[in-house]
Design a protein. Structure first.
Length: 170
């Protein structure tokens, strides 16, 4: 708790209302990019890990976080950008993945490690099995490595014929 009587739990709850600028249905907390919140004297320090280094949305995210907390009376907010360890899709909450799907974006899937590659000492990864967010079909095809933003790839469903974005950052 800081001098104003604000608890860290409250700060987390407020951050849970800050939407990702690229995908407004998911909060920065559900996306898993907020790594830590702490009070240092009068300041509130929020540690953020970008979904990939050089993510153009990071400045927007940092500004939104600052504005949201200042709107709740935390005047001094410091954003710390932490690049290591790198963000992984494992940090995205189940609620976040469900929100992505509802928005028509296929949530990231755990990429299977090819066991045969391990024997040769090479960690190769099999292509992820992406299901269509519209009809659930696993019958999908990558059409472009880059979708509407560099973080997404464009896929097409071979069953319902709908094109969709796949959130590919990991
Ligand atoms: Zn489909």
């Amino acid at each position: 708790m800081n001098a104003l009587g604000v608890t860290l739990e409250q700060v987390w709850a407020w951050l849970g209302e800050v939407a990702d600028p690229e995908i407004p249905v998911i909060s920065v907390v559900d996306l898993g990019i907020v790594r830590g919140v702490a009070f240092e004297g009068d300041a509130c320090v929020v540690t953020i890990t970008p979904t990939y280094s050089g993510c153009p949305a990071m400045q927007v995210i940092a500004d939104s976080v600052k504005e949201a907390l200042q709107a709740h009376g935390l005047e001094q907010v410091r954003i710390v950008s932490q690049l290591a360890p790198a963000w992984t899709t494992d940090w995205m909450s189940e609620a976040g993945k469900a929100a992505l799907k509802g928005y028509g974006i296929a949530p990231p899937v755990q990429q299977a490690i090819d066991i045969s590659g391990l024997h040769a000492g090479i960690r190769s990864r099999a292509a992820p099995q992406v299901s269509c967010p519209n009809c659930g079909s696993a019958h999908t095809q990558l059409t472009s490595e880059f979708g509407s933003t560099p973080c997404k790839a464009l896929y097409k469903c071979l069953d319902c014929r709908e094109p969709f974005d796949y959130f590919k950052c990991h």
